[in-house]
Design a protein around this ligand. Structure first.
Ligand code: HEM
Length: 491
């Protein structure tokens, strides 16, 4: 059992992205693209985005500023645009999980997808709104400039050697983008080593003098930057990286630092190294899991009881990260009816293995899973996604239904919709709409229904209701975590 405290929307969301996808689907099996691989492209963009960091003043780092830096020659390559399009296409950017977090997650999936080590994931990066300085190292620069670039980014000369070797085990150099490095125009891409996998081939082929790495043996001596870097300590670091165990361990910890290099005013979560959102246990078909709750007065409910056994079990399908860690989990769904008058203040669970052992209580470290307020919430049963047709014209929107039980003077919803742009920068849209009394749903008990039509593709909502003396908000309601009905109708 982990020490995770609910609610923590960022950690919850980051955990779900790492262990349930969907980012890994494009990295699994190290799939080829543009004569390189998708993971090679994802790993390179993470390094280039981080390269703006300056340890001296704490600015720059992994902040998605790359979205504004694509026109620079140091960021040449179709992998850059393709990667950003991949990341935006997942539509997982949320109010607290921006493009920079997706770039970091992409690098983690990239390394794992090509057979490399697990890199612990921290989330909470903040997306830049403009370009950073042009500080990506380039092949024609000398060793001293490279050492200074890496120092500025927070890495020692020895770490520079390892970081470049770890990066250049994937992918290669494209002829059209670097014609001075790869001079033979019949070559589309010259790989750094003979295997697409994340492995030590880049090191062993270099040490055996069989390497075809164009940044080591390319015809143009000026652009042999990998040669200058790899040999800068008499090959001592490269020798140490020959051991696959040491290579994996060194690359994992350097990549973790690379991905966690952020502006000094940004705080990241603790690293996620296990799927803490789940109770990972051995399979026991006789196990029962019961949801229990207390009413709004904090009392455990009277005779009939406030408890509900789980109604089924579902297998959790883990990403390549979960598969690599060999974790398995079962999800226990519930369908509980809460009395509208006595309501709910907190809930918890009891797990009974039914094998004679004491049942276990799961109660968020003693506090219970506390429901802050029950004055306003999204009615997921009445909310629906609507596709309305009239001849060739079609309109898509979401009919949001909100319940509220206070005598409010105004209610509004701010909806967050990930970017549907074709090109970067992929900035989300946030719209604020007033909620109106819902004529189609008469009041029920002390609850009234309010409604608004919002974007079909909205993923997160903040609800606000104000009355004469208070404002109540329900922040970060995750529409992607609920299954809303689709309604097809005519306009
Ligand atoms: C002095 C430092 C470095 C220089 C001069 C350098 C240079 C280059 C060049 C010229 C390419 C070819 C890009 C293309 O044709 O699209 C490349 C590719 C690549 N670099 Fe670096 N690099 C450096 C450091 C790093 C580091 C630290 C990483 C760590 C993540 C990294 C990861 C990659 C990857 C994965 C590719 C392959 C991209 C693909 O195949 O699409 N590089 N690098």
């Amino acid at each position: 059992f982990s020490t995770f405290q609910w609610p923590n929307p960022l950690l919850n969301y980051a955990d779900r992205q790492l262990y349930e996808g969907p980012v890994d689907i494009l990295a699994e099996g190290c799939p080829p693209r543009n004569d390189s691989t998708i993971p090679a492209q994802w790993l390179r963009i993470a390094y280039h985005d981080m390269s703006t960091h300056n340890v001296d003043d704490g600015t720059g780092g992994l902040d998605a500023s790359i979205q504004y830096e694509l026109d620079r020659s140091q960021n040449v390559g179709e992998g850059m645009l393709a990667s950003l399009n991949d990341f935006n296409g997942f539509q997982i950017i949320s109010p607290f999980f921006g493009m920079a977090d997706v770039i970091a997650l992409g690098a983690i999936m990239a390394v794992a997808g090509c057979g490399g080590p697990f890199i612990p994931f921290s989330a909470g990066r903040v997306d830049a709104t403009e370009a950073g300085p042009p500080t990506v190292p380039e092949p024609q620069q000398d060793l001293a400039s490279h050492a200074e670039s890496f120092r500025r980014q927070g890495f020692t000369p020895t770490e520079m050697i390892a970081l470049v070797a770890c990066g250049h085990t994937l992918g290669g150099v494209r002829q059209v983008d670097f014609p001075l490095v790869v001079t033979d125009s019949a070559t589309v891409l010259q790989t750094f080593d003979t295997t697409p996998a994340f492995d030590t081939a880049v090191v062993s082929e270099y040490l055996q003098n069989t390497t075809q790495n164009p940044l080591v043996v390319g015809p143009n001596v000026t652009t042999r930057s990998d040669f200058r870097i790899f040999s800068s300590d008499g090959n001592a670091t490269m020798q140490s990286l020959l051991s696959p165990a040491n290579f994996n361990q060194t690359c994992s910890s350097l990549f973790e630092r690379m991905l966690n290099t952020v502006p000094s005013n940004v705080n990241l979560t603790d690293p996620i190294t296990e799927p803490f959102e789940y109770l990972v246990m051995n399979d026991n078909p006789s196990r029962t899991v019961t949801l229990l709750w207390a009413d709004r007065q904090g009392l455990f409910c009277p005779p009939s009881g406030c408890s509900q056994p789980s109604n089924s079990t579902e297998n959790v399908f883990f990403t390549i990260i979960g598969q690599m860690q060999e974790v398995t989990a079962t999800r226990y769904p519930f369908n509980a009816t809460i009395n509208a008058t006595s309501s709910i203040s907190k809930f918890w669970f009891e797990i009974n293995e039914n094998d004679g052992s004491e049942p276990i209580t799961v109660d968020n470290g003693g506090a219970g899973f506390v429901i802050d307020q029950d004055s306003v919430f999204v009615d997921v049963v009445r909310t629906e996604r609507i596709v309305a047709h009239s001849g060739p014209v079609s309109e898509e929107f979401m009919k949001l239904v909100v319940r509220e039980n206070s005598a409010s003077s105004g209610a509004s919803v701010a909806s967050f919709t990930p970017s549907l742009n074709a090109n970067p920068p992929f900035t989300p849209t946030i719209n604020t709409t007033d909620l109106q009394l819902d004529a189609s749903n008469p009041p029920d008990g002390k609850f009234a229904f309010f409604t608004a039509n919002i974007s079909f593709s909205a993923t997160f909502l903040d609800l606000t209701i104000s009355s004469a003396n208070s404002t109540i908000t329900q922040k970060n309601f995750d529409l992607t975590a609920v299954n809303l009905p689709f309604i097809f109708t005519s306009l």
